[in-house]
Structures are given as C-alpha cells and as structure tokens.
Design a binder for this molecule. Sequence first.
Ligand code: TXA
Ligand code: MG
Length: 346
Amino acid sequence: SLGGSLMDTKIYHFKEIDAAAKDLRDGQLVAFPTETVYGLGADATNEDAVKQVYKAKGRPSDNPLIVHVASIDMVEKYAAEIPDKAWKLMKHFWPGSLTIILKIKPGSLSKTVTGGLSTVAFRFPNNQATIELIRRAGVPMVGPSANTSGKPSPTTAQHVYHDLHGKIKGILDDGPTQVGVESTVLDMSTDQPTILRPGAVTKEDIESVIGSIENNHHHVGKNEIPKAPGMKYKHYAPAAQVYIVDPSDDWADVANWIKSLSYPVGVMATSDILAQQDWADNAEPFSLGDDVVSASAELFDGLRHFDTEPRIKAIVTQAFPAKGLGVAYMNRLNKSAGGMHFADRQ
Ligand code: TXA
Ligand code: MG
C-alpha cells in the first residue's frame, strides 16, 4: 500500500522562520539545522506530533529523543533538578554540542519523548536559525537526527529531503552543518557523570570544567543493555561494506587491492592521500579534506554519496587517531564499518 498520500515537503529559508514556527506549533514535523547534524523537529509537548517523529524515521519506540531548548529556563520546566555540575556545563558549553541527561520532572513530558525512562536529554544547539525557531515556537522541540533510522545522519537539507520528503511538513535550510557528527551525550542523572556518546565536546573539555567523568560508549554486545538505548541499533551503515584503513596500513596496499577487484570501490581519504597514490580506474575518490575536523564534517556526506551508487560494493575510509574529535569520528566510522578493518579483509 502507499500508506496514505505524500505531503509536499517545503524548504523554509531564514526569512521564513515564522512560518516554520507556526507549522511546529500546529503539530507538524519540521526538520531543523544545528551545528552538528540536521534534526527532525516536533513540539515536545504535543504527544501526537512526537509519535509522528518515530513513524517518519522508522525509529524504535524505546529510543528516547533529545529535547532541544533555547534557554536554560526551558530546562528548569522539565528537569526534576539541575545539579551544580550540570549548571556549570550548561553555562560553559551552551549553545553547543553537549547534550545533558537529567532526571525528569514527573509528568512534565510524555513517555513517548523519553521512551519510558525517568530521565530526559537536553540540548541547546548552536545554530541561530534554530534558536530563533524554538523561541518563536515558544515550546521545546524534540529532535532526533533527521535521517531514516539506521542511515548516516544528515549534514545538509538535501540529505533530509532524500530520506524524509513526503513524510514531513518542511525543512529549515541553513546550508551544510559545521561539525558533522552528533553531539556528545553526557548522563548527569547519576552520581558519576558518564559520556554515552562521544562528540565534539570531548571528555577532556568536560573534565576541565567539572573534574573527572566516565566513558561508556564501547561497542555494545548483543546481550548487553546499553545505557543510551540508541547504541544497540545498527547505525550509519551504507549498503556497501566499509573498511577502516588504519594509520598503520600502507595506502599503496589499498590501491593495489582495489586494482585486483572487478567492481568500483569508494575511497574516502584526505586530499594528500588521494593525490599520492596511483589509483586504478575503479577507485572512486571522495575527499575528507585535510584533517580530522574536515573529515568529521564530510564523513556522513561521503557515506551517503556512495550509498546512492549501487555499483559501489566496498568503501575504504581513513581512520584518525582516537583523541580529541577523533574519538567521535572513530566511534561513527566503527559503527558504519561494523568494526571491519582493511587489515582483516578476506
Ligand atoms: O547532535 C545531535 O545530538 C543531534 C542534533 C539534531 O541535535 N541529535 C541526535 O539525536 O543525534 P538522536 O536521537 O539521533 O540521538 C540521541 C541519542 C540516542 O542514542 C538516544 O538513545 C540517546 O541520545 N538518548 C536520548 N535520551 C536519552 C536518555 N534519557 N537516556 C539515555 N540516552 C538517551
Ligand atoms: Mg540519530
């Protein structure tokens, strides 16, 4: 079945934020830009609208949503309490790429938002258009990444359109996002603050403000219950197998391996590596720019680029040292590769 008629998905520009805010207040789904990735917005206080978010993404209902705010006051309405350390972090990093999980004020937001948990995640995104959107709508906004569940997160309005057109009211277009990987998720609902998902705000950044914290974003095994429900699902995976090319690998071996294959292979690497090797005709380059900062901004665009070409059966992607932003980059790359390294290929 066609599952009902498709709606026209409109593109709002900066001048049309009022129209986007009105659509949100009317219970419609509006995708929005942030500095990390695009989100799929709905009024967090409107149960029906929030349910539509899960439906449009094909997202499992036990995977809670981040509540996006445009002030710390908005958090006070929905959090049971804001511990001192959480205050310090909000003052220091907001607006920015740090999501903070707090105990929820009972009854203040629906079970649909929190996936039935007694906690809720808050984020104040660093994007002027979206800050305006939330202020004008006058309500907090749920916002998972605006991709079909399981696909790489969207870093452009075109990515959102590709996955969700016909299913959402509109997309507030503010060009490509800057960071390119989703926010750091920090659980502050227990005595020991713990990073559940690494992002651009690093463990060291956080520790410089509140002292020692924990990490809990290792690969989650089949029988383990992850703290962030989203971590148990397959993620960022294009149709082709992704191979991680480690710093210890020789790119000449990668070029030779591709030469031996009969099908086209995507090559995601920095410009200098792409320029240095003698690539066979079946190697299809995608530049990650110069360093881990540009590579993080480009990673999802590259994976999506090759995902639109069914001829591509394999993608080799450059690893970066897991420090600073490299922790988040490698976390996403590992998931998209299902942990497969070039050195382990058959
Ligand atoms: O950068 C971002 O965070 C983007 C932009 C749009 O703001 N949003 C985003 O949302 O990545 P989403 O839904 O794709 O990822 C949120 C993650 C999921 O893994 C979810 O399970 C976890 O945060 N999460 C949300 N609320 C939680 C809670 N109360 N306890 C534990 N984990 C939670
Ligand atoms: Mg997501």
